[in-house]
Design a protein around this ligand. Structure first.
Ligand code: ZN
Length: 315
C-alpha cells in the first residue's frame, strides 16, 4: 500500500537493484537503492568515484534541457527525474542511491519499475515527522518563446495538487491532467506513463549527443502523426508523463510540496527554474510538519472529477 498519505518519514524496508542503460549517454549502469536514516533525504552516491555523494536538492541542479541533472564539484548525475518522481510520488523520504555511472537507467521510460520494486520490498516507517514545504504565496515563471507562452506556478493549497496542460503536434494535441498526489494515486495514475519522442526530432537530438540509449522499449515513439509502438498505457499517457516529470523535478525542492501547481506547456528547464525561484523567496513558503491530508482512493478521485480529462482546446 502506498504510504504517501503518512505524516512520518519512510524509507525502503530492504535494498532494491536496477540495471539498464542511460537514455542520453547510452552507458550501461547498475543502481541500488538502500534504506537510509530519518532526516537524510535522497542522496546519490557514485560508487565508481570513491562513493562521492550528491544530495538531490535545488543547490545541485545542473544544466537542464532534455533531462534534469545534478552536479556537485564537477560530478554529475544525469536524468534523475523519473527516479525522484517515483520516490516522492510513492512516499520514500530517505534513501541512498548507489550508482556506478553518470546517468540513471531509463528502464521502460516510466517510473513503474521503481514503484513495483517498492511494493515488492515494502516500506519502513520512521519516527521523524515528515516536513512539507508549505506554499504561502504564489510564485510563477513565464516564458514567451517563438512558439507561444509557457507557464508554471505554485499556489497555497492543501494536499499536493497538479493541473498540467500540454499542446503538442498530432497525435498528442491538447490535453490536461488534474490530480492530487496526496490521494495516494501516484502508483496507478502517474507511474506507468512513459516518456515520448518524435522521430522528426531524432537527427537533431543525436547531433546534440543525446538519446544514444533510446530504443522503442524505453519511450513512446511518434512519427508521421501516429504512435509507432503502441498501444498506449492510457489515452492521455503523454500529459501524465509530463506530470511524472514535474513531480520528479519539484522533488529538488528537497521536500514534498503542500500546495497547488499549475503548468502549461512547461518542461524540465521551467520546472527547475520554479524550484530555484521558490527556494530563493523565503517569504513564499514555510516548513510544516502537519499536513491536513485525507487519503482517498482512486475511485474517490474519479468520483470527484479529478481524474484526467482531455480538453479540446485551451487559450
Ligand atoms: Zn520524463
Amino acid at each position: 500500500m502506498p504510504l504517501s498519505g503518512a505524516h512520518t518519514e519512510c524509507t525502503l524496508a530492504d535494498p532494491v537493484s536496477f540495471a539498464g542503460i542511460g537514455l542520453h549517454s547510452g552507458a550501461p549502469v547498475s543502481m541500488r537503492l538502500i534504506p537510509a536514516p530519518a532526516g537524510s533525504g535522497i542522496v546519490f552516491r557514485r560508487t565508481d568515484l570513491d562513493n562521492f555523494e550528491i544530495p538531490a536538492n535545488g543547490r545541485n541542479v545542473a544544466r537542464v534541457s532534455y533531462a534534469t541533472s545534478l552536479m556537485r564539484q564537477g560530478v554529475l548525475i544525469s536524468t534523475t527525474e523519473h527516479l525522484l518522481s517515483a520516490l516522492i510520488g510513492y512516499g520514500v523520504d530517505n534513501v541512498i542511491v548507489e550508482i556506478d555511472n553518470l546517468e540513471v537507467p531509463i528502464l521502460d521510460g516510466s517510473s513503474l519499475p521503481y514503484v513495483e520494486a517498492f511494493v515488492q520490498v515494502g516500506m519502513r516507517r520512521q519516527r521523524r515527522r515528515r516536513e512539507y514545504l508549505r506554499i504561502l504565496k504564489a510564485v510563477e515563471v513565464t516564458e514567451n518563446s517563438k512558439d507561444g507562452v509557457k507557464f508554471i506556478g505554485v499556489y497555497p493549497g492543501s494536499g499536493y495538487s497538479i493541473d498540467y496542460r500540454i499542446d503538442f503536434p498530432a497525435p498528442i494535441g491538447s490535453s490536461r491532467f488534474l490530480g492530487d498526489l496526496q490521494t495516494g494515486a501516484y502508483a496507478g495514475l502517474i507511474a506507468p506513463a512513459r516518456t515520448f519522442g518524435f522521430r522528426e526530432d531524432e537527427p537533431m537530438l543525436r547531433n546534440m549527443g543525446l538519446i544514444r540509449g533510446a530504443t522503442d522499449a524505453c519511450a513512446i515513439l511518434i512519427g508521421g502523426g501516429a504512435v509507432q509502438n503502441g498501444p498506449l498505457r492510457f489515452p492521455d499517457e503523454f500529459v501524465r508523463h509530463k506530470v511524472l516529470d514535474l513531480i520528479g523535478d519539484l522533488a529538488l525542492a528537497g521536500r514534498r510540496l503542500q500546495g497547488r501547481v499549475v503548468a502549461e506547456r512547461a518542461g524540465h528547464a521551467m520546472h527547475t527554474a520554479l524550484v530555484s525561484k521558490l527556494l530563493k523567496d523565503r517569504s513564499a513558503w514555510e516548513l510544516a510538519t502537519v499536513c491536513d491530508e485525507e487519503p482517498f482512493t482512486v475511485a474517490d478521485l474519479r468520483a470527484h472529477g479529478l481524474a484526467s480529462a482531455p480538453i479540446a482546446a485551451h487559450s
